[in-house]
Ligand binder design. Structure first.
Ligand SMILES: [Zn+2]
Length: 268
């Protein structure tokens, strides 16, 4: 009988969080439904700790997006009064994380705890890097040739973005130690931060090379979407049409998890 009450409370809490995400315009309705499904699967397979860690990462990314949002709207990096993330974003970021959590549920191996935390840290650091990096006073450079480029362009990196991503990855790994106490703290910090940072750089590399890239003539800006923030239809400049930002996120977050498994196996 008690179990039924706990399940009911969890269902209501996750529903409430999804509702608040829509209300605060963090997620579209499709995004909230996807997030609700991921949240419930995570809770009822791996457990509440996994859900709490993913929720912490999600909340930090939203704080990073909200940080100096008026400037981002002025810079045409965000559309005012429109939900920030939809179902494609939620699934691109959430599915690799969920995958590693489910593997841990079936195999009860620390390797998959590392992979879950590293993939979540990749999602977190990638988003924080972007959201803080676009506010950098110094012009970003392309990861492929280190030449100065437009703010907000896929594959553009800045020291401000990289350092903030790294700092939040470290913070995230540190917080996770309170829930996953059986794992050595030094190994946890090292593996999660290094694998998420490498995956984050790989994300930028894919962004600069194979990811579909558009250009808006009206604003003289690069865009990840065909329809620019201003409403103008952009022209394609590089990359493959089937590799959009969400596909790149999926690949790099998955890679973050795999790298952490490889590191955990190799390190003494
Ligand atoms: Zn435009």
């Amino acid at each position: 009988m008690d179990n039924i009450y706990i399940i009911l409370v969890l269902l209501i809490v996750v529903a409430l969080l999804s509702f608040l995400s829509v209300n605060r315009r963090y997620l579209s309705i499709s995004g909230a439904i996807s997030a609700y499904a991921i949240g419930l699967i995570l809770i009822f397979s791996s457990g509440v700790f996994y859900f709490v860690m993913l929720l912490i990462a999600f909340l930090i990314t939203n704080l990073a997006t909200s940080y100096r949002i008026e400037e981002k709207i002025k810079l045409k990096l965000i559309i005012a009064k429109k939900p920030i993330r939809d179902w494609r974003n939620v699934l691109g970021n959430g599915l690799p994380i969920l995958f590693f959590a489910i593997l841990e549920y079936f195999f009860s191996s620390d390797l998959f705890i590392f992979a879950f935390l590293a993939s979540t840290a990749t999602f977190l650091s990638d988003t924080v890097s972007t959201e803080i990096g676009v506010l950098s006073k110094a012009k970003p450079v392309m990861i492929t040739n280190f030449k100065e480029t437009h703010t907000g362009r896929s594959g553009a990196i800045s020291s401000q973005g990289l350092l903030s991503g790294l700092a939040f990855s470290l913070l995230f790994a540190y917080i996770s130690h309170f829930f996953f106490t059986s794992i050595n703290l030094v190994a946890l910090l090292f593996i999660v931060v290094v694998s998420s940072t490498l995956a984050n750089l790989f994300d930028s590399l894919l962004g600069a090379t194979v990811q579909i890239n558009y250009y808006c003539d009206k604003c003289n800006m690069y865009s990840e979407e065909k329809m620019h923030v201003c409403g103008n239809e952009c022209k394609k400049v590089s990359g493959y049409s089937f590799i959009n930002n969400h596909v790149v996120n999926f690949i790099s977050i998955f890679l973050g998890g795999l790298l952490s498994i490889a590191m955990a196996l190799v390190l003494p």
